[in-house]
Design a protein around this ligand. Structure first.
Ligand code: HEC
Length: 244
């Protein structure tokens, strides 16, 4: 019994003391019991360190660093896009060429168009999607995909627009992979060929078409010269020149 009273008094004493002296407030964090539970010993990717003695292996006190410029993640060479989001970049993108696509890829492109683009551009490219019909600013200046503008628009410029967006159209780079962007573009081009009866080609740019490089790793900043499908020699001088 006596022992129990001591325990109770002891517990009450500890509680009241800690509530007076160990309380946090103002600039005082208070007494921290088991600080490892508050501060991870491992590097936290989203935090920056200021204690240089503690984190001596990371001289800039940074946990997460930018990858070296020009780094490419394994298997993602396709994601290197050589043109900047500028008026010049847009013009230069016209030199990109459509890689050949299988029929299945083109069917997938049509499906993706229905997911990402039809809300504004309409299922058949009439610019009459649910968003565009409610919000006039989401309608392009040209009437529909059968307009001469889209018929003549180089595929590379469409790729550029999907990658960066253009005015009121946002970028789809985070949603649509490079390969899928081309598949969607094939559908855009098919829609542009639709006649007044709604007929259009089943597929365009079938796989056997020449595959041009949308990706040129060591010319990251320089526009990629358009490579004619059947001549590799005519551009060789040019690329040698670039190395200097
Ligand atoms: C939120 C509405 C909206 C969505 C969604 C949208 N667009 Fe657009 N799109 C626009 C508007 C607005 C323009 C006109 C931009 C301008 O020229 O000012 C445009 C322009 C374009 C052009 C012409 C580009 C050029 O170079 O002039 C193409 C092609 C196009 N969109 C295709 C697509 C494709 C493919 C998708 C789906 C990946 C898509 N759009 C999704 C609103 C949208």
């Amino acid at each position: 019994m006596k022992q129990n009273i001591f325990i109770i008094i002891g517990a009450a004493l500890v509680t009241s003391l800690s509530s007076c002296w160990m309380k946090s407030g103002g600039n005082d964090t208070g007494y921290e019991y088991a600080p490892d539970m508050y501060y991870s010993k491992g590097y936290e990717p989203m935090s920056q360190f200021s204690d240089s003695s503690k984190y001596r292996y990371n001289p800039y006190f940074m946990t997460m660093r930018e990858p070296v410029k020009g780094s490419v993640a394994i298997g993602q060479l396709d994601y290197q896009y050589p043109f900047d989001n500028t008026a010049e970049g847009y013009e230069a993108s016209a030199s990109l060429q459509m890689p050949g696509l299988t029929l299945n890829e083109q069917i997938e492109g049509e499906r993706l168009f229905g997911i990402y683009c039809a809300v504004c551009h309409g299922e058949k490219g009439g610019n009459d999607g649910t968003v565009a019909s409610k919000q006039a600013s989401m309608k392009p200046s040209w009437a529909n995909y059968q307009d001469k503008y889209v018929k003549e628009l180089p595929v590379g410029k469409i790729y550029h627009t999907i990658t960066y967006g253009k005015n009121n159209m946002g970028s789809y780079a985070s949603a649509v992979t490079p390969k899928d962007r081309w598949a969607i573009i094939a559908y855009v081009k098919r829609l542009s060929m639709m006649d007044s009866l709604g007929n259009m080609p089943k597929a365009v740019y079938i796989e056997s078409a020449p595959v041009a490089a949308a990706v040129v790793p060591d010319t990251a900043k320089n526009p990629v010269p358009a490579i004619p499908a059947n001549s590799s020699s005519s551009t060789s001088n040019h690329s040698n020149h670039n190395k200097h």
